[in-house]
Structures are given as structure tokens and as C-alpha cells.
Design a protein. Structure first.
Length: 335
């Protein structure tokens, strides 16, 4: 994917991503006492100098957000014509930009860019923490963590589940979600106030650097599954003369109601028991066949419900006919 497409997917993943353009932040992780002399306070909020490397939509939004929060912000981009947000300073080189910041955000397209930039600057000063917000796989995150360690950096991987526009004001920043993992909890806690000011629902998931990437991809998969289901359903209704606006109240209400089903499924999955609280597999298979038949009649592309059908038939064949639909997790689990 190109940078623009990646940015849309990765940072819009809660019906917005976290899948694509990356952001890597570097933050000093010295003991708090040793940082106080380099920090300023604005209305009681601790601020640190911030550098943003990369002025795509996400990088520009983050630079603007930190400036609005009272941080001194420096920026750099490979494209010298890239326009920085108002209220920030442009650095001439990557090295100068990194020296200017205690928090350094790299808005880069992929992990190759991370490797190239980090290998280009060499050993970093002690107590610096790399916060990697580039969308990728768990392997990418593990390799980035190892490279950070080679450079003397602490490392936090992050899944940014927010669109660039949501960094623009305090109300949307307060609801923004970023998930962090890797390094140590003490590193995260040392900078929690700064990171939570950028995204109010920030959360630390533990020391495994890969887990934030797995969460990111899991949530993206839920997004696409939900949205593709909606698009198929709207196509079905459209063929019957129902426009998209008419379907909105029922569609959004139905999605909201499914949250309770997910809670029940989670309990079933964790206990390994699958009561038919929300219908037996055979009951669901019967309705899936009706969806396929209606779609065929109306000429709707069948691959999505056909996949549902294959999963339900496989569950029936494995002896799950009378169990609840959550038993289909066995069709997805690693073999």
C-alpha cells in the first residue's frame, strides 16, 4: 500500500486503523528527577521537546497536537517542500531533529524506513525510548525492538487506533486509543502523562513488543469483517429498493447489540464450553443457506456468505451441530 492508503487504514481501525503509515516516537526514559530540568509546565501539564520525522497526514497531525499541548516541536521530512504545521520549527537534518527532541515521532511508510533511519543515526544517548507506531506484523515489531536495543534505546511498540483528524482537539484526543507494549511498564509510566495527553485512552499491554501489533491486526480484522458484512447486506437491500440511509438505524443498532453476544462468546471460549445461548450451529446454518439463496436470486456476489457456509458445515461435520455458534472458533484456531 502507498503511504496515503496505509494512513487511512492503519489510523482508522476503530471504524477509522491502526493500519499503515507508521509513527515512531523516541522519548527520554531517564529517572523522572533527571528530566525535570528539561521539562516545562503549561497549566500543570508536564511538557517535553518533541520532534516529528515525516510530514504525512499522521505526522503533521501529531506535530500539531503536541504544539497545541504546549510542547516545543521540531519537524523534518525527506521532502523539503513538505509544509509543516503552524507553530513548529523545521530542522535541517535528521540528526539535528533528533537532538532537538526528548520525544521523537517518526511518521514513516514502513519498517524498512525505520531500519534505514535508525541505522543512519547510530548510537543514541542513554535513556531514550523508541515508541514504534508503524503498522506491521509481530515479526516486524520484534525486529524493531532488537534494533532499538542495539542502538541503546528502550522500546515501546504501539497500535494507533485513531484517524489523523482526531488529534485536532481536546475532546477527540481524550477518546483516542493507542495501545502500547514492549520494554518495561516503568518506561511507559514515566511518560504516561505525555502519551495520555495525545490519546486519552492509551493503555500498556505488557512487556512483549509483539502484542500491540497483534491487537492492531485483530481489531483491523474485526473492522473489515463488520464492514464487509454491512456492504454485502446493503447490496442485498439495494436490490430490493432500500437505500443506504434507510438502513442506517437498523444496521447500527444491530452492530451495537452484538457487543453482548461477544461477551457471551468470550466466556464460552475461555471455558471451552459452547452452550447454544444464541442458537445452535444447525440453526445458524439454516439461515446462512437462506442468505445464499436470496443473494443468488438477486445476483449478489456470493463469496462472503459462502465462506460462512463452509465454516458452519465444517463445524457440523466435527460434531458441533447442537453446540453454540462460538464453537466455530475451532475452525479458525492454528492447527
Amino acid at each position: 500500500m502507498n503511504r496515503e492508503r496505509d494512513s487511512m487504514i492503519s489510523r482508522r481501525s476503530v471504524l477509522c486503523c491502526a493500519a499503515g503509515i507508521g509513527v515512531v516516537a523516541v522519548v527520554t526514559a531517564d529517572p523522572v528527577e533527571s528530566l525535570i530540568s528539561d521539562r516545562k509546565r503549561k497549566d500543570g501539564q508536564v511538557t517535553v521537546p518533541v520532534t516529528v520525522l515525516g510530514l504525512d497526514a499522521v505526522g503533521s497531525a501529531i506535530a500539531g497536537a503536541f504544539a497545541a499541548l504546549g510542547h516545543q516541536v521540531s519537524v523534518w521530512d525527506e521532502n523539503s517542500a513538505a509544509e509543516p504545521p503552524r507553530g513548529v520549527e523545521r530542522a535541517e537534518t535528521v540528526e539535528a531533529a533528533m537532538r532537538a527532541g526528548q520525544l521523537i515521532v517518526m511518521s514513516v511508510p514502513n519498517y524498512d524506513s525505520i531500519r534505514r533511519l535508525l541505522n543512519g543515526v547510530g548510537e543514541q544517548r542513554p535513556g531514550v525510548c523508541l515508541i514504534d507506531i508503524v503498522s506491521g506484523t509481530s515479526t516486524d515489531a520484534e525486529e524493531a525492538a532488537a534494533l532499538a536495543e542495539q542502538r541503546g534505546l528502550d522500546y515501546l511498540n504501539a497500535a494507533v487506533l485513531v484517524s489523523p483528524g482526531e488529534f485536532e482537539n481536546a475532546a477527540t484526543r481524550a477518546e483516542a486509543l493507542i495501545l502500547y507494549s514492549g520494554g518495561s511498564e516503568s518506561t511507559y509510566r514515566a511518560h504516561e502523562s505525555t502519551l495520555s495527553a495525545l490519546a486519552g485512552r492509551s493503555r500498556y499491554l505488557g512487556p512483549d513488543p509483539a502484542i500491540a501489533s497483534v491487537y492492531n491486526l485483530a481489531l483491523l480484522n474485526m473492522m473489515w469483517g463488520t464492514l464487509n458484512g454491512y456492504l454485502y447486506s446493503q447490496s442485498l437491500l439495494e436490490s430490493a429498493g432500500v437505500n443506504a440511509a434507510e438502513f442506517i438505524p437498523l444496521a447500527t443498532g444491530w452492530i451495537s447489540a452484538l457487543s453482548h453476544v461477544i461477551e457471551d462468546f468470550a466466556a464460552d471460549i475461555d471455558t471451552g464450553t459452547f452452550p447454544p445461548t444464541h442458537g445452535e450451529v444447525f440453526f445458524h446454518l439454516n439461515s446462512i443457506e437462506h442468505v445464499l439463496q436470496e443473494g443468488h436470486r438477486r445476483g449478489i456476489e456470493p463469496s462472503l456468505p459462502a465462506h460462512f457456509h463452509r465454516l458452519a458445515v465444517a463445524a457440523m461435520d466435527s460434531g458441533r451441530s447442537d453446540d453454540g455458534y462460538a464453537s466455530l472458533i475451532e475452525q479458525f484456531r492454528a492447527q
